[in-house]
Design a protein. Structure first.
Length: 309
């Protein structure tokens, strides 16, 4: 602090300006982060909407069939071979249920190219649908409180989750066994998964949609908000501060110091340049100059009295 006490006014003001500048950059970054989160949330919401719609479409159809092909890594729920009438090889159809189709589509979405998603459940049949810590926390919150979504940043990623509600179409495969689930689906599901995942009710939270989007780094964030214009405004502000300090504060004080020195050397007929200053001025430095002028005048009177003795 001692250094600051003895340093030039300009240095003090410059440091003050620097602190204000840094605080303003910091507040800009906070705002940009908020805007980024808002933007990512909107993006995640619309991705989720698309996933939910796709699943609803597949559920409405009772699953979708592919002819002769299916993904080797994901498999299929059921298969059906068309009877061959002319001796050629029969076409084979494979059934894709919503959870399976979601997994198949999600492997196409690469995080390096924008985003990644999956549907997870606490009572998963498929190990790939096991939730991680962020997801199981979100799922628990959705099951206990009414919340539209949860989100946050983790390991350079924006993470977003939304509850997945059971709709009427889901009951074809998840409803009451003796009422909603019809043959042949009933046998297929019972054979493949046993009694699991039935008795869902419309409105239940059965799982969550989980989205991951890469977060912008601080550098890209800063370069997205600060342009050459901001730099220019910064330079102009520094210049204005410099000119103000130099000509409105430092220069008049230096001049006053100069005349005060002369006064101390006994030179009492100097012009302090106070002729143009109004006596009721609000400028503190002008007030100081007027006080000096009064001091000078009383010196003058004193000298004259001394000389006339
Ligand atoms: C055509 C039958 C079918 C329909 C319709 C269906 N599901 Fe499923 N669902 C399954 C099967 C089979 C599984 C387990 C295997 C898997 O994940 O592919 C499953 C799994 C799930 C899972 C857990 C993921 C897992 O691995 O266990 C959730 C959650 C789920 N379904 C919710 C729904 C919702 C919500 C709907 C309605 C939009 C729906 N399902 C419609 C057949 C279906």
């Amino acid at each position: 602090m001692g250094i600051f006490k003895n340093s030039r006014i300009f240095v003090k003001i410059f440091f003050l300006f620097l602190i204000v500048l840094l605080l303003s950059v910091f507040s800009h970054v906070l705002v940009a982060q908020k805007v980024q989160q808002e933007f990512l949330r909107k993006q995640a919401k619309s991705i989720t909407r698309q996933i939910v719609l796709t699943r609803q479409w597949i559920a409405g159809l009772g699953g979708v069939w592919s002819k002769d092909t299916y993904s080797k890594t994901h498999g299929f729920l059921s298969q059906y071979s068309e009877p061959s009438s002319d001796g050629n090889a029969a076409a084979v159809f494979y059934l894709h249920n919503p959870a399976l189709a979601t997994r198949e589509i999600s492997t196409l979405a690469d995080i390096r190219h924008g985003y990644n998603f999956r549907v997870v459940s606490d009572r998963f049949r498929e190990p790939k649908n096991k939730p991680d810590l962020f997801e199981s926390k979100a799922l628990k919150r959705f099951q206990t409180q009414k919340m539209a979504y949860t989100d946050g940043f983790q390991d350079g990623l924006y993470r977003y989750t939304e509850p997945l509600f059971v709709k009427q179409g889901c009951l074809k495969c998840h409803g009451k066994l003796d009422q909603d689930v019809k043959e042949p689906m009933k046998t297929i599901l019972l054979e493949k998964y046993g009694q699991k995942a039935f008795d869902y009710k419309v409105g239940d939270v059965r799982g969550i949609v989980s989205i991951k989007i890469p977060q912008q780094t601080l550098v890209t964030l800063l370069s997205s908000i600060f342009t050459v214009w901001n730099v220019l405004i910064g330079v102009i502000s520094i210049l204005l501060f410099y000119l103000f300090t130099r000509f409105m504060i430092v220069k008049p004080i230096t001049q006053l110091t100069h005349v005060a020195n002369k006064l101390s050397e006994g030179q009492i007929d100097i012009d302090l340049g106070t002729a143009e200053i109004k006596f009721n001025t609000k400028n503190e430095i002008s007030q100081l100059a007027l006080a000096f002028e009064r001091l000078r005048k009383s010196f003058e009177i004193m000298y004259r009295k001394l000389a006339s003795r």
